[in-house]
Ligand binder design. Structure first.
Ligand code: RTP
Ligand code: MG
Length: 139
């Protein structure tokens, strides 16, 4: 079986509400193996580096403030077809449009405070995983 990796973070709203365990359970039950995991809080500057691709978007400053407002749980995950299957598991960016049974449908509060991140390509999964984890932290 060919496996590949994606990167995710459980966002501050979901961590603060005590949904970390329930979300990790959904991820494991969907067949993802946790390669790396920790709990950290970003500074606004570091959140800005992570989301630099959105620098010109109107929601960028709010996003940096929100993503640095509390602890997050970043993870590297492994599975066959990991990037696309994980995007399916989390659902649409806006929870009002997220499919039934997806993590965002269940746990997101708004289009911004939407519970969880998922990489959008294999290339970005590698960049984002390396942003948080050294090679020796990945098992
Ligand atoms: P993510 O990168 O976090 O997995 O989310 P995504 O691909 O579904 O959405 P993206 O377009 O990459 O946006 C990144 C994050 O910015 C916040 N956002 N706020 N206020 C707004 O209109 C708005 N739009 C996006 C969300 O937290 C989104 O996940
Ligand atoms: Mg995105």
């Amino acid at each position: 079986m060919v496996t590949n990796r994606t990167f995710t973070m459980i966002k501050p709203d979901a961590v603060a509400e005590g949904n970390t365990g329930a979300i990790i359970k959904m991820i494991e039950e969907a067949g993802f193996r946790i390669v790396a995991i920790k709990k950290v809080q970003l500074t606004s500057e570091r959140a800005g580096q992570f989301y630099a691709v959105h620098r010109e978007r109107p929601f960028y400053n709010d996003l940096c403030a929100y993503m640095s407002s509390g602890a997050i749980v970043p993870m590297i995950l492994e599975k066959e077809n990991a990037v696309a299957d994980f995007r399916t598991l989390i659902g649409a960016t806006n929870p009002a449009q997220a499919a039934e049974g997806t993590i965002r449908k269940l746990y997101a509060k708004s289009i911004e405070a939407n519970a969880i991140h998922g990489s959008d390509s294999d290339e970005n999964a590698k960049i984002e995983g390396d942003f948080f984890f050294a090679g020796v932290e990945q098992y």
